[in-house]
Design a protein around this ligand. Sequence first.
Ligand SMILES: O=C(O)CCC(=O)C(=O)O
Length: 237
Amino acid sequence: MHTQDEKDFFLEHGYLHARGVLTGDYLAFIQSEFDRVWELEKPRVNQHQLLKYRTFIDLIEHLPILERHRAIFGAQVQLLQYDFLRQGPHSDASERYWHRDFSFSCERPIAINTILMLDDMIEERGPTRVVPGTHRSELMPPADQVKVPLPGEVAVNAAPGDAIFINAAIWHTGGRNQTDGLRRGIYLYYGYWWLKRYENEKDLPWQAFESASEERLRLLGIKMPGRDLHMYDPDAH
Ligand SMILES: O=C(O)CCC(=O)C(=O)O
């Protein structure tokens, strides 16, 4: 969170719409790299594919994303998961599928997702929706209402290059793409360094470690931030 206002909004509501995280030529480049890597790696594109490519290795350290995670996790920030989100034109995806990504709610965020949008999230493209405040509740989305509109839901009409930061415990859903174009996003999921990544597979692509800075090794969960995890300063960066 770049400013105290952003941080206060995020902590209270459980999400933040950050504008212009990618702009201009860099946005156009990431859009075209998305399409190129999708064609090479589809249909499942996660950290085991993305971290082979320089473009997507660099993106995990893009400052408008990383600094907002550092504002919450300090030097303890780690990449937990990394995915492409992609729907073709006139998709048959559900209009709502309420869920939380991490079922552990508490006063402090433990894990935060960045949904980096590459297309215009107008109503017809099925914008991400959240129910503000649900990140603080123990309750899960009601099982009989997972596919219907919920009271208090907010649609985040992000422009290409905007990012939505969500506390991973917030109730949220993607929507159905009813346009003639694609619905593309990149899901960059970060959390505390002492969390495990959410998978059995231990090894990440070797390309991600080549000439890696200390910062990147920390992000990839290899190098411990500081001397050890006892008595660390949670605000150290
Ligand atoms: O596509 C979206 O807008 C959200 C995706 C999502 O909720 C998820 O991958 O957990």
